[in-house]
Design a protein around this ligand. Sequence first.
Ligand SMILES: [Zn+2]
Length: 107
Amino acid sequence: MTNEEMENKLKVLKTDLQRRLSAIDADLGAALDPDSEDRITQVENDQVLTEMRREAREQIASIDAALERLKRETFGRCVRCLRPIETKRLNALPYTPLCVACAHLAV
Ligand SMILES: [Zn+2]
């Protein structure tokens, strides 16, 4: 994959995430109805949404970092050990900053 193709792929992913994020924000913005029997379900639902929002934001931040690495031409290299990231891993997770070995260490 060329850098340009990778950049497009990352931008498409980012647009998707931003769309998802505004949908989550809209859902969370909906006021809780204190008299609703579904209140507990709503609260649980909000917790799930809040978690999803956190994940989406983290992913967007990772994508921005990956786009920055593309610009600096360090993309595809592990930020920790500087070895090339496995192609298979990059295809599955194009915005990952770490190779398989370092990702295991980071957990
Ligand atoms: Zn590494």
